[in-house]
Design a protein around this ligand. Structure first.
Ligand code: CA
Length: 471
């Protein structure tokens, strides 16, 4: 428990949308540089195994606010709205004397019980929001703000910090829309990377053999499923096959990275503001994203799968009073842990109802007496837009077991067309890119048995229901 006599830290939580860790230089990106986000890692800790519990926007946001899994907070798919009557980290901090603000992408529904609660100030995009001259809902009132979304969210965040009550600590959730599709860069970065080729990832030409059916069935292929709207022009007529696929990747990834360049600049503005105001020592700064993203990995864009590129959230954190500069952790932390972490730093008891755990001791370089060695994941959105099968699974340090139960189960935003369930097992040590399903390999029979047991233990502990196939 934190000592309440200590000065309570401010919490600046900067979250972007769909920014994969492998598009940040502090995570050894091979495709771009993010000097400002890197500053947080250099002056604090980089977490290498931070995972989301459901790799899609709305559900991850609900997990972060409530500290609960999606079968508990009720936000399983993009079609669900957050019922704001439940407990959230923002409410608890506000009740305990924090000033709280939510600026940018909310994406948890509007009206009824779904507007932001627990915030002294909120100014959010309706739905996905627009990159240019976006509409915003500010404290219930619709406004239109001229300019580029990433700059606007930063301007509003800095304004709010400047006008806050300086006698109280604050929680500021600064949520960028970028780099979500459609990838529309700002004018300043529109020509970045123009004269160079961005390298293609190792698994760019994955043919989805040696896997369950789900990978081949997914409709998020760069060569087939991106559209003219994504490229903003027709592909050159003479291109075909591999050359055309490469052209499409370059169009996609460059715009994606240009959107990130603006996010990185604006993170720099926020850090500079903290320095200028003398707030650096007393402020926890986090940069993360609601989930990962496929950057041509497996030939894909988008997320949803429990595969590494989509499962992993970037997470860098700086708090000079408690976290050693330049530290790195491999401990497994989850989006449901963020709320308990904030509460712990604020000296507030974590309610029993929250399912995550504070990882403050890990951040301080200690080895916690007990910490998870496996994590539970569930993607509820069956089929729908990108035709990914509903699945659940667990990941341990070395293995990942996925069960594509492939049934809508009446979930809102899913398509009611079940498939025959299938399993996948990956040995992440031998096969880090998850290209070979070893579920039916006799050498892994014992591993499967152990993981299957652990999967069901986790489901029981977290109160989720096991799927029973009726044929
Ligand atoms: Ca997202």
């Amino acid at each position: 428990m934190s000592d309440r006599k200590e000065k309570r830290p401010n919490i600046l939580f900067i979250m972007s949308d769909d920014h994969a860790a492998h598009a940040m230089s502090c995570y050894d990106s091979k495709i771009n540089e993010t000097p400002n986000i890197d500053r947080i890692a250099k002056e604090g800790m980089r977490m290498d195994n931070c995972f989301c519990t459901n790799s899609i926007c709305t559900p991850s946001r609900a997990a972060i606010l409530t500290g609960t899994y999606n079968h508990v907070n009720g936000v399983k798919t993009l079609s669900d709205r957050l019922d704001g009557r439940q407990q959230t980290v923002a409410k608890l901090l506000q009740q305990d004397g924090y000033q709280t603000a939510m600026i940018g992408k909310w994406h948890l529904g509007h009206g009824g019980n779904s507007d932001p609660t627990g915030f002294d100030f909120w100014s959010v995009f309706p739905g996905q929001g627009d990159y240019y001259d976006p509409s915003m809902i500010e404290m219930g009132k619709s406004i239109t703000v001229p300019g580029y979304a990433t700059d606007i969210v930063t301007d509003k965040s800095i304004d709010w910090m400047a006008n806050r009550d300086k006698d109280k600590p604050f929680l500021l959730m600064c949520h960028h829309k970028a780099p979500h599709r459609p990838w529309i860069p700002d004018k300043k970065h529109a020509h970045l990377y123009e004269d160079l080729d961005i390298p293609e990832p190792e698994t760019f030409n994955d043919d989805y053999s040696n896997r369950a059916s789900a990978a081949a069935a997914a409709e998020m292929r760069i060569d087939r499923d991106l559209t003219k709207n994504d490229f903003k022009m027709d592909p050159p007529a003479q291109l075909e096959g591999a050359a055309l696929k490469s052209w499409k990747y370059q169009r996609y990834i460059k715009d994606y990275l240009r959107c990130i360049a603006s996010v990185d600049d604006n993170v720099g503005r926020m850090l500079d503001y903290l320095d200028e105001e003398g707030l650096t020592e007393d402020t926890i700064v986090i940069y993360t994203s609601d989930q990962g993203f496929f950057l041509g990995d497996h030939g894909w864009y988008d997320k949803r799968f429990m595969y590494e590129e989509s499962l992993r959230m970037p997470f860098v954190i700086r708090y000079p009073r408690k976290i050693a500069a330049g530290s790195v952790s491999k401990h497994m932390v989850l989006n449901v842990d963020f709320a308990p972490l904030f509460l712990n730093y604020a000296g507030i008891n974590v309610p029993e109802s929250m399912q995550g755990a504070s990882f403050h001791s890990i951040l301080q370089g200690e080895e916690p007496a007990e910490w998870r060695t496996s994590m539970y994941y569930r993607y509820w959105t069956h089929l729908s837009e990108h035709k990914v099968y509903a699945h659940y699974g667990i990941r341990t340090e070395q293995y990942k077991l996925i069960y594509y139960y492939a049934d809508a189960l009446g979930t809102l935003g899913s398509e009611d067309e079940s498939k025959i369930p299938e399993w996948e097992l990956f040995d992440l040590k031998k096969d880090p890119y998850e290209m070979i399903n070893v579920y039916n390999d006799p050498d892994y029979e014992r591993v499967v048995a152990v993981l299957d047991k652990e999967l069901h233990r986790l489901q029981e502990e977290l109160g989720d229901e096991r799927f029973v196939y009726k044929g």
